[in-house]
Design a protein around this ligand. Structure first.
Ligand SMILES: [Fe+2]
Ligand SMILES: [Fe+2]
Length: 272
């Protein structure tokens, strides 16, 4: 039977997003039930450079995605579609975290099972988020794939494929933390136009994402310590300067970031 890491890579290659999400949730359940080995081969499998996507998915320039005016039904669909795309990428990012970095030298052997438990649980959450958003899109007579999407998020992944600390800094601690800043205003706007159902979906996502940022901060601290960096805050800023300087910007949701353990000393006074 294939092991967890080979299954994770196979799921990254899966092109049907609905299947990818459902099977990722299955995989997490099997892992929690102790039905899977972590790795049955001498070396971990190589994750793909690009995750599988439907052949007819339209990839467009970032400026060319449909406008997301929350006041109109079409605008709400565009917003939910864009977030569904982020969640789909987040599934692949969590699977990539497992396959690419579970055996990283900065992860101590006795920490490995905690690292794997954390990122399979993130993959499970992201798969649930995608599924909830796609179900909401279907209630609105749309579905994931109905609109063009852009490729920016996966470029950030490719840009940090060589380094676990950089991946943690850019993915959970910058991009997912940005989600904590921008989601509450979206929720309020959705409520103000009477779309409580979509707002409810985003509330669930928001709470879960605090946990994802927290896992990022936790493992980033471990990796910094293993690599001899005394100040994770300084290391974080150096990595962001190197990999995605324009990505760190406010306004920040300090309260949500604080709940995730991401103190202002990480991101305030940042000069690109
Ligand atoms: Fe998510
Ligand atoms: Fe997430």
């Amino acid at each position: 039977m294939p092991d967890l890491l080979h299954r994770a890579v196979a799921l990254m290659r899966t092109t049907d997003p609905v299947q990818k999400a459902a099977q990722t949730q299955n995989l997490a359940e099997q892992w929690r039930g102790g039905q899977l080995a972590l790795l049955n081969t001498p070396t971990p499998p190589t994750p793909p450079h690009e995750p599988g996507r439907p052949a007819d998915l339209q990839i467009v320039m970032p400026g060319a995605v449909p406008k997301r005016r929350i006041g109109t039904p079409q605008g709400r669909i565009a917003l939910l579609h864009a977030i569904a795309h982020i969640e789909l990428n987040a599934i692949d990012l969590a699977l990539d975290m497992l396959a690419r970095f579970a055996f990283d030298p900065a992860i101590a052997a006795n920490d490995r099972s905690d690292f794997v438990d954390d990122w399979i649980s993130v993959a499970d959450d992201e798969a649930r988020h995608f599924t909830m958003l796609n179900a909401r899109l279907q209630q609105l007579d749309s579905h994931y794939g109905a609109h063009g999407v852009h490729h920016g998020l996966w470029e950030a992944a490719q840009n940090t494929a060589d380094d676990l600390a950089a991946r943690l800094a850019v993915a959970p601690m910058l991009l997912e933390a940005r989600g904590l800043d921008v989601t509450p205003p979206m929720i309020e706007k959705l409520i103000s136009v009477g779309d409580k159902q979509s707002a409810g979906v985003l509330k669930v996502i928001f709470e879960d994402e605090i946990g994802h940022v927290a896992k990022g901060v936790h493992w980033f601290g471990k990796v910094c310590a293993a690599q001899g960096f005394g100040s994770p805050q300084e290391r974080f800023q150096a990595l962001i300067r190197e990999r995605l300087p324009a990505g760190l910007r406010g306004p920040y949701n300090h309260e949500a970031r604080e709940r995730a353990g991401l103190g202002g000393d990480y991101y305030q006074n940042f000069n690109a």
